[in-house]
Design a protein around this ligand. Structure first.
Ligand code: FAD
Length: 448
């Protein structure tokens, strides 16, 4: 009881945290409401695959999973844009050697679970958190109608966007909370492998069909299939509500995503069978009360458009571990430091994720955006230390905090907008780029 850490939720973040704390020799018990995923029951309602980038990879490396996880990753070097005619345009994500990775949620979760067990963590499945006793630092769980009470020195809620631990915090004084559902939902569809078992589209890219107010994306899977996700308004003239019959669904896909339509022979069946899910941003504070803390989606669920939800949750676990390195396991002081450090970064990535939705579904097809990317790429090649595009800061530079990437990105936006008003394709010269850098260096400091 004295040193025991109770983790509620054995998803991606809870399992990673169990690895970090297990490595320290702490007694860890992880309680999960679902059955053991290794027993073959598929998790439902969440994405099948995810984009893993540097922040997430760094944490996995720290718990000793770097090499193992790389075996199951599929690198995606850039965005493959599909226009209405099916014409393709490849836009690299960063410099050579900078890429994000497609990873199966189920495989990654299992890998983390097994590693945590190897490090001594105990997993208790089919136990759902139902309450917290603040005086005793005890969590109550329900298992098939039977209640158990488990006490520990530290209680961590990593139980996702609809966290029960957070619900308990909500009942306490001065806890602030907001949730915001965007007007879009999502539906997943699968492009199968070809007859030879190979990929039907470029394997090493994240495919996007930008269509203004909505989009379809696709990430590759190890079995040569792609998981597509349609992000689409629930209601309105072009919306899930309008796709009310097989014929309308067929026509919509044929006209809107003709090349994707060709690759999914059973699209209408999949459309009818697969659920339509909603997307929520959760903000709350404080994340800590006494010796209870929430992390990952439980404290900061975000929309998935920057591919950073899991990555930011993994970063929570890393920052928490770094704080233990620096200050030991005096939990009260660590917890307070943890939330002070992480809250601005969680807010920043929530804002960036919403902004990236507009970029992905609309701007990637816009000539001004494409030109900006070209200029930024040139700036980054010539001045790699000075100009790091915002996407690269978030995705490839785990040493730059999300809040700093947000701040610097706003300065970059202002400078680039001014520049693009004056210059068109290929009319800029070396001295113009130097001027941009000079301006940026001044604003970076004066904005503080
Ligand atoms: P979860 O993964 O939700 O895990 C929570 C766990 O807690 C679950 O196992 C749940 O069963 C358990 N639990 C819940 N309630 C209880 C309870 N009462 N008692 C006990 N256990 C409980 N992120 C990225 O970084 N890259 C991406 O490309 C990406 N794509 C996404 C695409 C979509 C469509 C969506 C919806 C999200 C995406 N994300 C992505 C975000 C990512 O899925 C989440 O940020 C991540 O899963 C958060 O991990 P978590 O462990 O905090 O929560």
């Amino acid at each position: 009881m004295k040193d025991k850490v109770i983790i509620v939720g054995a998803g991606l973040v809870g399992s990673l945290l169990a690895c970090y704390l297990g490595k320290r020799g702490l007694a860890i018990e992880v309680y999960e409401k679902r059955p053991d995923p290794r027993k073959g029951l598929r998790t439902q309602g969440r994405s099948i695959n995810l984009a893993l980038s540097n922040r997430g990879l760094r944490s996995l490396e720290e718990v000793g999973l770097g090499e193992k996880v790389r075996e199951i990753l599929i690198p995606m070097h850039g965005r493959m844009i599909h226009n209405e005619e099916g014409i393709l345009d490849f836009q690299p994500y960063g410099r050579l050697g900078q890429y994000i990775n497609s990873v199966s949620r189920a495989n990654l979760n299992t890998m983390l679970l097994e590693k945590a067990e190897e490090l001594g963590a105990k997993f208790i499945f089919e136990h759902s958190c139902t309450g917290i006793n603040w005086q005793e630092n005890v969590v109550t769980f329900d298992h098939q109608g039977k209640e158990s009470r488990i006490g520990g020195a530290l209680i961590v809620g990593t139980d996702g966007a609809f966290s029960s631990v957070r619900s308990e915090l909500m009942k306490t004084d001065r806890f602030n909370y907001s949730q915001y559902y965007i007007e879009h939902g999502y539906k997943e569809l699968t492009i199968p492998p070809n007859a030879e078992g190979g990929f039907m589209m470029e394997k090493n890219a994240l495919h996007i069909w930008p269509r203004g107010n909505f989009m379809l994306i696709a990430l590759p899977n190890p079995d040569a299939s792609f998981t597509c996700t349609l992000f689409f308004p629930f209601e309105g003239p072009q919306s899930f509500a309008q796709l009310s019959s097989d014929e309308v669904v067929r026509k919509f896909f044929q006209n809107t995503f003709p090349d994707a339509w060709e690759l999914i022979p059973d699209l209408v069946d999949q459309y009818n069978t697969n659920p339509t899910a909603s997307l929520v941003t959760v903000r709350c504070y404080p994340w800590v009360k006494d010796r209870v803390v929430i992390m990952g989606d439980a404290s900061h669920a975000i929309v998935p458009f920057y591919g950073q939800g899991m990555n930011s949750g993994f970063e929570d676990a890393r920052v928490f571990n770094d704080l233990i390195d620096a200050h030991g396991t005096g939990w009260e002081s660590i917890l307070s430091k943890f939330q002070t450090i992480r809250k601005p970064d969680a807010d920043a990535i929530a804002e960036l994720a919403m902004k990236n939705f507009v970029e992905m579904r609309d701007q990637v097809a816009d000539s001004r955006f494409i030109l900006r990317k070209k200029i930024e790429s040139e700036l980054n090649q010539k001045f790699p230390e000075q100009w790091i595009p915002q996407y690269s800061m978030v995705t490839f530079h785990d040493e730059i905090r999300y809040s700093e990437a947000l701040r610097l990105g706003k300065i970059q936006d202002a400078i680039m907008n001014e520049f693009l008003d004056q210059f068109s394709e290929k009319t800029w010269e070396e001295k113009d780029l130097e001027q941009i850098i000079a301006q940026y260096e001044i604003k970076k400091v004066s904005d503080h």
